[in-house]
Design a protein around this ligand. Sequence first.
Ligand code: ACO
Length: 405
Amino acid sequence: TAGHDVIDIRALGKHGYFTFDPGFLSTASCESTITFINGSQGILQHRGYAIDDLAKNASYLEVCYLLLYGELPNKAQYAEFSRIVSEHTMLNEQLTRCLQGFRRDAHPMAIMCGMVGTMSAFYHDSLDIANERHREIAAYRLISKMPTIAAMCFKYNVGQPFMYPRNDLSYAENFLHMMFATPCAEYTPNPVVAKAMDRIFTLHADHEQNASTSTVRLAGSSGANPFACIAAGIASLWGPAHGGANEACLKMLEEIGSVERIPEFIDRAKDKDDPFRLMGFGHRVYKNHDPRATVMRETCHEVLDSLNIKDPLLDVAMELERIALEDSYFVEKKLYPNVDFYSGIILKAVGIPTNMFTVIFALSRTVGWIAHWNEMMSDEGQKIGRPRQLYVGEIDKSFNGIEDR
Ligand code: ACO
């Protein structure tokens, strides 16, 4: 309960009482054993393991296994899990043709929502959600095919042929291959870049009941199929206050442009008449620091050093962070850089276009969504999610026919 008092409202609800909690600031919607966050101390743990241990020492697929099965895999379990994930990476040609029905300039997140929802029209053999094995196959399909679909969105946008997945590569290397190889040019991923990509996936893998995960759970609580639920999660992630923040953050750094202009933007962020906010700053839960941002910052430097990139945006980011962390407005409101503050700079350095940033977040978070969905489906006492509302409109009005209005 992380220091909060928990009131069980199940009994109260029957007698007509309920809590009014806009934005669910203090309402727990479920019990979970997947992810622990202590926002005031900046702690994030998956199944009891600290995020920085996982991000630095485990691969993304080990973390996927951990989230899905509750414990880190041994060597044999890892080899088998990796084999199964790599076997499901191909996309059926019929689904490829669906993708080609989108406008070429469609936002890749729009294509992702559509394609993942479309998977439920295709994989009928994993839709019996009461069957644990079907749920497991659906999880494999989603984790395996998300990089393929994501890379296809990019290739489609830029007008290049799709690249087939290569199962001899790691999860991150394969994604980079599908993004950047062409039929006439191999892509050999720089190991530092591949490691950074894997870390980005891990750092975004799960974050308990954020907006998109809650959306997946709410959609799933009605018995909807996993592909439809994950499509709902992708839609929720898209917004700039959530997964869209990394794209918005990079655009903001570009708009600031130089270190000299930072004070102007800091002032704007503090001005209550200006809707501008410092993107990549603040978090609903972390009121100390975002532990993912610390690892992301280190990784950002590793990538830029390894690629020998001198990015002026990094100078702007570092100075913005320094000034904001000394500014009483940000200190008092406990606004610290979040995970999205540095991820955009890394992705830009790797050559990934801005409109793909949230797609990469969606790809990474799929395992968290599916682990939560599966946890909920395994709970026999699970109920349909049905928040109440506080009605503040008019009541008991007399009805007039249309000719009398
Ligand atoms: N810049 C300037 N002021 C801010 C910022 C910011 N980035 N974030 C919050 N504030 C201010 C608000 O104006 C508000 O001030 P007030 O109390 O004087 O009205 C106060 O801090 C609290 O803000 P809320 O919006 O109430 O906090 P909430 O917990 O609801 O929002 C959120 C968290 C949405 C992340 C917010 O900090 C924000 O919009 N940040 C920028 C977007 C962003 O980076 N999102 C990524 C989140 S991480 C993720 O999804 C992986």
